[in-house]
Ligand binder design. Structure first.
Ligand SMILES: *Cc1c(COP(=O)(O)O)cnc(C)c1O
Length: 661
């Protein structure tokens, strides 16, 4: 990284500090600010991750002085035979995020003299892993934090796992009679189960089932707000949303309940704008509109609502830019909570209606930080510059022309653009000449190698320029190195593929060393979409990430961060790679290493993923054995070798699906 700093100021320093190299009055070094500029750890990590003096990435599970190098955790996991890729899960982080949200609401509620309480619920669709849900319930007990479900299997899970009778169980999603019956079982076992009506016809169905089962339901109604929201999940709100009721439908529900003497059961007013709301103005508008729904229903329609549920949408700052863009947000938890509490207070006080209890359904913000994917770089794929380009007798003119350009001594900040254009021309000519049979394969290889070497020289000049012409921007891509990583994007970070979700990616070690390669990342699936060429950057999106050269006999590990929300559970079986091995880690100050591994859950083996596609691995092994036996009988395989081959096939069925390297 070149810095335009005062030569003389640094010249003196250079005599003491030998990691500074001075070229033409510029100081070349790699320091803390460069590390931050490249990987942004302090910007996106919310203090859960940091970098040690010796250049190691550390986790700070409780955001205090306990900092654990991720490489240490990986070492211990490997000693327990866990192979890459690995998901690291830090349950401490879930607890801290949960506390932060609850404490923010408690503080603002008290500051605002707000008369309602806060009852958060965790929507389990964001990460349904039992261990995650258990941690939420456990850490949330003191705050009466509950759960939210959006389907029958999720409902079955929350009924069994939310065992705190003071917390809420909120039920969203489309519902049938079985769903309603399960929900009423929740009421029978003493839980505060609130059924959210997402479309009108669900209401008579709920009332019928509740009557049959002789229980008093708790009913919520989801309203469709008219807020402007342009995020990636914009379909969740607005007039065209597939969810929620319009004003006239809400009144229809109220009338139905009044007629049936059940208006007391209408407890909660619900809305959900969409996930990852990046602009706080969207929340302000939504709170105002929903606030008036609440007061008008209470004042004019005889409703005795107790709760207002503002849904999810609390964003995560994936790129650390704090902007109102898709991968970021222009507010923090404190701002969000203040806008909800003060906003509702103002509207209720204006209309003289009692302050409702506040419910939120924050999933992403609760769990995104707690897990990351660790993958090992298997290889790098570079353009080959090692081919012998020595001049031969009777060299073809096209080859000579490229050679001349490459050897051009006048290559400078003034001439590089001209030389680049010329090189592009000659390369094109060489392709045509090859197709006409004029150039032979060796000559083609020499031209291409010289071109690559020249591009590399030019890119070094371009790197130092303040202004780079458009046509040369792609230069960094031309010389970028592909890092082949042992994981599947479709399993571990499917949103990167599906909706261009950006996630922070950082090497676990060597952060003190200047990385020299502009890299893109490719996974091990046989899919050309299995790649990462969009990286977080404070100035927008970068097409490459700076990474270090691989060293012989030394692992190079990359962490992909903030994968705890959605990514963990939405992955698919592309190429049958299946679930990744998991390591659950807790910080422990009394332990010499600062942590302990509480649990290891091994990822899918081949047999398991094949079974999900209706294969019968045992039969497959039998088939292979029979085929080998036939070869033994015809004497083309020796019996001892045949047994070994059959065993190898069988053992492979029970081994991890990813590369063992
Ligand atoms: C998905 C969903 C949530 C979670 O939203 P986040 O943005 O992850 O907080 C909350 N409520 C409902 C109804 C949802 O569908």
């Amino acid at each position: 990284m070149i810095k335009n700093t005062n030569f003389f100021e640094y010249h003196h320093e250079n005599m003491i500090k030998n990691d500074l190299i001075i070229i033409k009055g510029k100081v070349l070094s790699w320091d803390k600010s460069d590390i931050e500029k490249n990987y942004g750890v302090n910007s996106w990590s919310e203090r859960y991750f940091d970098i040690s003096q010796d250049g190691k990435l550390e986790v700070c599970p409780n955001r205090d002085e306990l900092k654990i190098p991720l490489a240490d955790i990986i070492e211990e996991a490997k000693s327990q035979n866990v192979q890459f890729p690995i998901v690291l899960r830090f349950h401490d982080i879930i607890r801290n995020q949960l506390n932060e949200i609850n404490q923010a609401f408690k503080r603002v509620i008290s500051e605002a003299s707000y008369n309602g309480k806060y009852f958060g619920v965790y929507p389990i669709k964001v990460n349904q892993m039992r261990e995650v849900v258990e941690e939420v319930i456990h850490a949330g007990r003191e705050h009466d934090f509950g759960l939210e479900a959006g389907s029958k299997p999720e409902l079955l899970a929350v009924l069994a796992y939310n065992d705190n009778p003071n917390s809420l169980t909120v039920l969203n999603g489309y519902k049938d009679e079985e769903y309603m019956r399960l929900a009423m079982i929740g009421r029978k076992i003493g839980r505060k189960v609130i059924v959210i009506i997402e479309k009108y016809s669900e209401l008579p169905l709920l009332v019928k089932v509740a009557n049959e089962m002789n229980v008093k339901p708790l009913i919520g109604i989801r309203v469709k707000l008219n807020v402007d929201y342009s995020g990636k999940w914009a379909g969740s709100a607005g007039e065209k949303s597939k969810f929620g009721l319009s004003a006239s439908e809400v009144i229809k529900c109220v009338n139905f309940l009044t007629e049936h003497g059940l208006i007391d059961c209408f407890n909660l007013l619900h809305f959900h704008i969409g996930s990852q709301v990046s602009d706080i103005q969207t929340f302000k508008d939504a709170i105002t509109e929903a606030g008036y729904y609440y007061t008008k229903l209470c004042l004019n329609h005889g409703c005795k609502l107790e709760y207002i549920d503002v849904g999810g949408g609390l964003g995560v700052d994936y790129d650390g830019s704090k902007r109102a863009s898709d991968s970021s947000r222009n507010y923090n938890i404190e701002n969000y909570v203040s806008d909800i509490v003060w906003g509702l207070k103002q509207i209720c006080d204006l209309d003289g209606v009692k302050h409702p209890h506040i419910v939120t359904e924050s999933g992403r913000a609760t769990v995104a930080y707690h897990s990351c994917v660790i993958t090992n770089v298997v290889d790098t794929i570079k353009t080959n510059q090692n081919y012998n380009t020595d001049k031969k007798e009777n060299e073809h003119i096209i080859v000579s022309n490229m050679r001349e350009l490459f050897e051009e001594e006048a290559l400078s900040e003034k001439s590089y653009q001209n030389i680049y254009n010329e090189a592009l021309n000659i390369k094109k000519e060489s392709h045509q000449a090859f197709k006409l049979g004029v150039l032979n394969l060796d000559e083609k290889a020499v031209v291409e190698t010289l071109y690559q070497k020249l591009i590399y020289k030019i890119s070094k000049i371009v790197k130092d320029l303040e202004f780079v012409p458009d046509g040369l921007m792609s230069l960094s891509n031309q010389i970028s190195v592909q890092y082949l990583c042992n994981f599947s994007i479709f399993q571990s970070i499917v949103d990167h593929w599906a909706i261009d979700q950006l996630l922070p990616i950082v090497p676990l070690t060597r952060l003190n060393e200047e990385p020299k390669n502009k890299a893109t990342i490719v996974d091990i699936t046989c899919d050309s979409d299995g790649k990462i060429d969009k990286f977080i950057s404070r100035d927008g999106v970068e097409s490459t990430l700076l990474l270090h050269d691989l060293k012989k006999n030394e692992e190079y590990l990359l962490g992909i961060f903030l994968t705890g929300a959605y990514q963990d559970v939405m992955g698919d079986m592309h190429n049958l790679f299946g679930r990744v091995s998991e390591v659950h880690v807790y910080g422990d100050k009394s332990d010499p290493s600062g942590f302990y591994i509480e649990e290891v859950i091994l990822g899918s083996n081949s047999s398991k993923v094949l079974k999900t596609m209706q294969y019968h691995p045992e039969e497959m092994a039998q088939k292979i054995k029979r085929l080998i036996n036939a070869q033994i009988e015809s004497s083309s395989i020796a019996p001892r070798e045949g047994v070994k081959l059959a065993d190898f096939y069988e053992n492979s069925l029970s081994s991890y699906t990813y590369l063992r390297i």
